[in-house]
Design a protein around this ligand. Structure first.
Ligand SMILES: Cc1ncc(COP(=O)(O)O)c(C=O)c1O
Length: 407
């Protein structure tokens, strides 16, 4: 597909902001949706609205088939061994909370004084669930730091991994630094010490060819809305033997086997984790979203943007880019930076007036902001529908915005 063909599938790109064509560079926060996704979402709402699994009527059966076939599509997309290892969630946040909560309740898994390792660049969604768990169970959290380039200091991992370390929580790609972490190497260290690895794939699943088997993860969570699918959709993959040992997360309809006053038993995985009415219009949009992601990977235009951006940004006085790995192939098209003397929020507001949507602030990674001694950053994140021309317009507009603030 050419970029022009891709762009024609994204109606939101026709929007104007303050009379200017929208340049959408906030894709790491949420992506735009192609027509294939919008149509599936519409079909599920306008023709197949019925509660899943529970009824015998035709519409419910078709809706259930749309929902359940999305499970196999998700398994195929991330190289999972079986659709039964796919738990649908509302997003990465829910997936990570589910794992943290349920590991805490898994028989014999955690004892007071056990340890958890968390990467220094993690999103709050991969910190807070573990802090809650640590408080509940009396656990200690240790931090795997990043260096000044934003790379995880992987050499320190073996010394952090002790006999009491039970879980290590790492993002495949940080939403601030845009660097793909060496997850399989981390997995090897963890497994050698009997520690589980939970991978936050919210950004990685969008940009990296992902096979959960090759990553060596024990759990892997991501969100649909960052991957062109409907909001409120997500996937948690878990090793089947682990999913089977975990107790349920929430109680409600569909997750049970029998319910008696004397006690209840639960449905087999993955339904044990899917209590209540699911996002029946949203989940089936994962299928066209996966197809779009597969067909739009590694476009020449994205490569051109990747070559252009770091170089162009480095020519702006006082600009500091965060996430500059020695191995440039570990970068995704996401650029976070600060500019001396120009506040990130002011820059974002001026850029908005020029039609450019970017992210500013802590980006849900406050400990990482503290690590770099900043209160926030500006982030431009690209998708396959973005063009080199937009990247050039962004850099020129940024220069103008900086000049306005400094003059
Ligand atoms: C790396 C990372 N993890 C987790 C999340 C949380 O995703 P959601 O809000 O879709 O649950 C995000 C969202 O920005 C993210 O970038």
């Amino acid at each position: 597909m050419t970029v022009a063909e891709i762009r024609s599938q994204f109606p939101q790109l026709n929007e104007k902001v303050y009379g200017k064509p929208l340049v959408y560079l906030d894709n790491a926060a949420t992506s735009l949706r192609p027509l294939s996704v919008i149509r599936k979402w519409d079909e599920m709402s306008s023709a197949l609205s019925a509660n899943l699994h529970r009824a015998v009527h035709a519409i419910a059966n078709r809706a259930t088939e749309e929902f359940e076939s999305s499970r196999q599509a998700a398994a195929d997309f991330i190289g999972a061994g079986s659709a039964e290892e796919i738990v649908f969630t509302s997003g990465a946040t829910q997936g990570l909370n589910l794992v943290a909560f349920c590991l805490g309740e898994m028989k014999g898994f955690l004892k007071e004084g056990d340890e958890i390792i968390i990467g220094e660049a993690e999103h709050h969604s991969n910190i807070l669930p573990w802090q809650f768990l640590a408080q509940r169970k009396g656990l200690t959290i240790k931090v795997l730091p990043v260096n000044d380039r934003g790379e995880l200091r992987i050499k320190e991992l073996p010394s952090l991994l002790g006999p009491r370390t039970r879980v290590c929580c790492i993002a495949q790609v940080s939403n601030v630094l845009g660097i793909e972490n060496p997850v399989s190497e981390i997995a090897a260290h963890c497994h050698e010490k009997g520690c589980l690895l939970v991978v936050d794939g919210a950004q990685g699943v969008v940009h990296c060819k992902t096979s959960v088997g090759a990553l060596g993860a024990d759990f892997y969570a991501f969100s649909g809305h960052k991957l062109y699918a409907a909001p409120g959709t997500g996937v948690l993959w878990g090793r089947r033997d682990l999913l089977e040992q975990l107790p349920p997360y929430m109680g409600g309809g569909e997750m049970i086997n029998t319910v008696k006053w004397s006690g209840s038993t639960f449905a087999p995985v993955p339904h044990k984790f899917e209590a209540g009415t699911q996002n029946m219009a949203g989940i089936p949009t994962l299928k066209p979203a996966f197809a779009f992601a597969q067909n739009s990977a590694h476009l020449p235009e994205t490569e051109r943007i990747m070559a252009f951006m770091p170089e162009a940004l480095s020519r702006i006085g006082g600009l500091r880019l965060y996430g500059t790995p020695t191995d440039v192939s570990a970068r995704i098209p996401l650029f976070s930076f600060t500019i001396e003397g120009a506040h990130h929020e002011d820059l974002a507001l001026i850029l908005d007036k020029m039609g450019i949507a970017v992210r500013s602030g802590q980006m849900c990674a406050e400990p990482l902001m503290d690590r770099f001694g900043v209160t926030g950053m500006l982030r431009a994140s690209f998708a396959p529908y973005n063009t080199l021309e937009e990247a050039e317009y962004f850099v020129e507009s940024l220069k103008r915005a900086v000049k306005m603030l400094k003059d």
